[in-house]
Design a protein around this ligand. Structure first.
Ligand SMILES: *Cc1c(COP(=O)(O)O)cnc(C)c1O
Length: 465
């Protein structure tokens, strides 16, 4: 039986000679169409051999299926998804969304020439590092500032420049792993610096640091424990103590603050998240942080601090390998300009706006979407519930913001099945499961997502019936 079926599969030449094929290759590159055809015939043969296919499709049906496969091959792999997780800075979903101003600035330098490395005053070659420097200095009070590709790159560059072949003293409780295999001890090793950990997991005193200082000490480092907290019987050396110690022994001090908080979230319990300006005032020689966490800008690593340290970093040959592109610089500068005024930051920077978003406004949107869903899929349970969102991105590790969500309890499929089907929609919806219900958190669902979200959820619920 399979052999006779296999023989019935139309010949490639016959398929390619068909009218349908001609229409198909008018719409997509022939090589893509042929790849898709080869894949299709391969899986058809396999399905016949394994007894999963018992009829051979017509040429017309084959061309239709190949057309769909070819279209899928031409779709970009990186695409929009709807973030219904409530995690505002979701590293897996692209972290911060950009301010409109930042996007406009990026479009300008992307579609026209710019003075990226051109000094307009002098009419000669300039430096790309000047572009964000002046606004960063204004916002933070730093003597000097410069930008690299991301904060992991900044950490590496700082360690390599200031402490290659020398010891870096850091508290044992701060030897962090950020995720994606970024671990302070490993980065330190690659940078050529020698890790000198002091204290215990939960308690470290300034005396521990002082005792560890020796001939070969190159740097005193502090790392923000971005994604966890040590609670209970704890002690850490304060920023002020570390700075004082550095000055006493003439050793530079460096603080990796992680998130890059510029906006003062009054009323939210931000007590543990360091405001960049305040930390610099305490006297650190160098501070570094991410562009795409709480700052709400493009991916970048921002370094601010003492001129001598930063000039040495700029001369490091590795700097060239970590340099930011013009899109990053344009988007970052526009975002930083919004930070000059707290109101424009809160209104214009999506990350900040979403963290601040009022619960009543979220509840109103949730009720509207719930009624639309109930209308499109009668009989399904859709309710509006009080929940908590997270900031994410390693910021505010235990801060949860009161939020509002839609809770779904599908009548014919499991919760896991629903979660999976939502992920496979044309515009994937990433949701979370809490206590056997599927939650769509309104905080991270954008206004422009609402239509696709309702249509997608409704199609999944109705098709499952
Ligand atoms: C997030 C983070 C990093 C890594 O920053 P990227 O911008 O993701 O490269 C480094 N250190 C700390 C403390 C962080 O929170």
């Amino acid at each position: 039986m399979p052999n006779s079926l296999l023989r019935q599969i139309p010949k490639v030449d016959a398929i390619i000679a068909s009218a349908g094929w001609k229409t198909l290759v008018a719409a997509c590159p022939e090589s893509i169409a042929k790849d898709a055809l080869r894949e299709y015939l391969g899986s058809l043969r396999l399905a016949i051999k394994e007894g999963r296919a018992t009829v051979v499709p017509s040429i017309k049906e084959i061309v239709k299926d190949v057309g769909a496969r070819a279209a899928a091959l031409m779709e970009p792999g990186l695409k929009r998804v709807i973030n219904a997780t409530g995690v505002v800075i979701h590293t897996n979903l692209g972290r911060s969304l950009l301010a409109k101003r930042a996007v406009d600035a990026i479009v300008k330098v992307a579609t026209g020439y710019s003075n990226l490395e051109y000094d307009i005053e002098k009419g000669a070659r300039g430096s790309r590092y000047v572009h964000c420097a002046s606004i960063l200095k204004r916002l933070t009070g730093a003597e000097e500032a410069f930008v690299v590709n991301n904060n992991a790159g900044a950490v590496f560059l700082i360690l390599n420049t200031l402490a290659e072949g020398k010891e870096v003293i850091i508290a044992r409780g701060e030897l962090i792993e950020i995720g994606g295999s970024f671990r302070i001890p490993d980065v330190m090793k690659k940078s050529g610096a020698v890790l000198k950990e002091v204290g215990t997991t939960n308690r470290t005193y300034i005396e521990d640091f002082e005792r560890a200082i020796g001939e070969n000490t190159g740097l005193i480092m502090k790392a923000h424990t971005s994604n966890y907290r040590i609670r209970g019987f704890t002690h850490e050396a304060s920023s002020e103590e570390l700075v004082q110690l550095g000055k006493k022994y003439n050793i530079p001090t460096y603080f990796d603050t992680g998130s890059g908080l510029f906006y003062n979230f009054e009323g939210l319990e931000t007590l543990d998240e360091p405001l960049i300006r305040d930390e610099l005032k305490k006297g650190f020689d160098v501070i570094s942080f991410s562009g795409d966490k709480l700052l709400g800008a493009p991916q970048a690593g921002i370094v601010i601090g003492e001129r001598g340290c930063l000039e040495a970093m700029k001369k490091n040959p590795m700097t060239r390998a970590l340099r930011p592109d013009k899109f990053t610089l344009a988007g970052l500068e526009a975002t930083l300009l919004l930070c000059l005024d707290a109101r424009s930051a809160a209104a214009g920077i999506p990350t900040i706006r979403m963290v601040l978003e009022d619960k009543d406004a979220l509840a109103k949107r949730a009720r509207r979407l719930a009624s639309q869903l109930k209308k499109s899929c009668p009989g399904e349970t859709v309710s509006v519930v009080d929940i908590y969102s997270e900031v994410g991105g390693g910021s505010f590790p235990d801060m949860v913001i009161p939020s509002v969500g839609l809770a779904l309890r599908p009548s014919t499929i499991t919760i896991d099945g629903l979660e999976k089907r939502l992920r496979h929609l044309p515009v994937p919806v990433v949701a979370r499961i809490e206590k056997e219900v599927l939650i769509l958190d309104m905080r991270t669902i954008l206004a422009q997502d609402e239509k696709d979200l309702v249509a997608g959820v409704a199609s999944v619920l109705t098709n499952a019936r």
